[in-house]
Design a protein around this ligand. Structure first.
Ligand SMILES: NC(=O)CC[C@H](N)C(=O)O
Length: 374
């Protein structure tokens, strides 16, 4: 296999071997993911749009790529960085190796580098930009190029649905705003019988309300939430009209629309084993996470939001709810995919919220009768 190098903006060079697609001159943010399994879901999570993902688990690809575990059809990440990529996967569901998959989808990979030292570096210095190169010619110019290239601000428009579409069901009507949605969210709502209309990120509140939703779900998605102005406007216009549940980017948009602030984390939370405290019960949930930004704790004090979940590792905000309106959101991923399903109950909470809101003053006994089987 031919040589390939990862070059960071501070000039550090990691030598490894090429796999997957040919390189291009893409400059991405180098981030690390700590899941021990679930690489296929990570590869296909649109929230990694524009990023170069380092897997901390040393062997990636051992159970291959299968038909079922995709979170979207087109991977949005720009490179995969691993210690060892397995070329001979062994699993009854496997249809191809990770290298074949990445080649097909145009995503370059680099293997054989010391991912431990790379992750330590990112943890010390914070996430950095990087580039993959196949030779070391003109290094100074390449470093300048990496430094000068700004990270894109339009990732959501790259990964959002281009047109609305319907996933029919006989239950509650949900409008799901797609900022780069993981299909796990769709699966959770479909399992609960919802009739879902997925709409693009720039859909207006009037267009959403014409669909007569019982509730609105705001998906995860890539990039800085402050760049997604249509999303912030949409939540502002929808406040108080109908129940809203936000996940990850959706949570950040709700927080911004309610007057809180977001900030960049030094190196983010990406993995399938992030413990979160549920403030109300004191429980700890193990959660799946993938975010580089967070809602800042102090900024929440001046809003009508209250913190419902908190990261146990660093104390950052992991969930909020509105003090009077049926609106709540979480920074982590209750749809897991990959990872534990401790937080799955939040989808039931959303359904209950929609039912309560729809029924207004109806007694709980009548509600039982109306929703039998829903
Ligand atoms: N998974 C997500 O929705 C990520 C949200 C946002 N792009 C962040 O990095 O914080």
């Amino acid at each position: 296999m031919s040589k390939r190098y990862l070059l960071l903006e501070d000039g550090t060079i990691y030598e490894g071997r090429a796999f997957g697609a040919e390189i291009n001159d893409y400059v991405g943010e180098v981030v690390f993911q700590t899941g021990m399994t679930g690489y296929q879901e990570t590869l296909s999570d649109p929230s990694y749009c524009g990023q170069m993902v380092v897997m901390t688990y040393p062997l990636i690809g051992n159970y291959g790529i299968n038909r079922d575990d995709f979170e979207t059809v087109r991977p949005a990440l720009k490179a995969l960085i691993v210690k060892e990529a397995e070329n001979y996967p062994s699993n009854f569901r496997s249809e191809m190796s990770i290298s074949q998959f990445l080649s097909q989808k145009g995503v370059p990979g680099i293997e054989g580098i010391d991912t431990r030292s790379l992750v330590k570096k990112i943890r010390r210095s914070g996430t950095m930009k990087g580039i993959l190169i196949d030779d070391l010619a003109n290094l100074d110019q390449v470093i300048d190029y990496v430094k000068q290239t700004a990270l894109p601000k339009d990732q959501v428009s790259q990964v959002s649905a281009a047109k609305p579409y319907v996933v029919p069901g006989r239950g509650l009507r949900v409008v799901l705003v797609d900022y780069g949605m993981k299909h796990g969210i769709l699966r959770e709502l479909t399992e609960r019988g919802c009739h879902i209309t997925v709409v693009p990120y720039d859909t207006t509140a009037d267009e959403v309300m014409q669909l007569q939703p019982d509730g609105i779900m705001l998906s995860n998605g890539p990039g800085d939430p402050k760049d997604v102005l249509q999303g912030i406007d949409l939540v502002e216009d929808l406040l108080g009209k109908v129940p809203i549940f936000g996940i990850c980017l959706g949570h950040q948009l709700i927080s911004l629309a309610c007057g809180a602030n977001t900030e960049r984390l030094k190196f983010g939370h990406r993995g399938a084993n992030h413990p979160v405290k549920v403030i109300e019960t004191g429980e700890a949930w193990m959660t799946s996470q993938n975010h580089g930004y967070t809602v800042s704790t102090e900024s929440i004090e001046h809003t009508k939001l209250k913190v419902t979940h908190q990261a146990i590792n660093d104390g950052s905000v992991e969930g909020v709810e509105h003090e009077s309106l049926p609106i709540f959101s979480v920074q982590f991923h209750p749809e897991s995919s990959p990872g534990p399903s401790d937080a799955n109950v939040l989808f039931d909470h959303f359904l209950n919220m929609m039912k309560e809101n729809k029924l207004g003053g109806v007694t709980s006994c009548q509600k039982e009768q109306i929703f039998v089987g829903s």
